[in-house]
Design a protein around this ligand. Sequence first.
Ligand SMILES: [Cu+2]
Length: 131
Amino acid sequence: MIAKYSRIAAVTGLAVFKTHAALAGATDYEFKAVSAEIKNDAGSELGVRLIDNRTGKAVPGAVIFRTQLDMSPDGMDEMLAKHEAVPSSEPGVYLYKADITMAGDWALKLQAKVPGEPETVEGSVVFLAKD
Ligand SMILES: [Cu+2]
């Protein structure tokens, strides 16, 4: 009886794996810091690289339509920093200038539309601001 149950579980697991492989999704993408250390200063530059984890390659042409920069990693969810997108010369890298007002960990939270991906891609990238 136990053996029979295990066999069903194994078959079900395989089916789930196949479905996932066939359908790409938002979780195939990841935002990573270009440099995790930033200056605790006005006009500090933050860079993120959008990676397709299936290929390991950077993804250009994403439209990042919503961002928030806050100190949630240090328990200060309501502490926000003003920031704006600035042009990047490296494909797949997205840059921001931010007015950082406190040393410590900041999270840049992003929502993006990625070419060929119907789901919204979300990310949260932590930067350490140093004096
Ligand atoms: Cu703070």
